[in-house]
Design a protein around this ligand. Sequence first.
Ligand SMILES: [Zn+2]
Length: 81
Amino acid sequence: MGIQNQFMSYLEYKVFETQEIICPECGWKGLGKELSIEEYSEEHGIIDFCCPKCFEHIGFTQPPMKSEIETKDWLVIPSVF
Ligand SMILES: [Zn+2]
């Protein structure tokens, strides 16, 4: 389980929220839920996340069922750093 210090592409839905993320670009360190949303594709149900500090792409997650997602909660994650 040493991959968390490296570039992450796939973030496990819900699980990554409490995982420690380290930005490979600027060294920002925090929890997955603190990441900024880079892009949300409603069509594909894929949410891209980037570093809240330098906006480097960190990874994406794909929620299992669209109908079960509370996406709106995700979309208000503040990015004031
Ligand atoms: Zn960064």
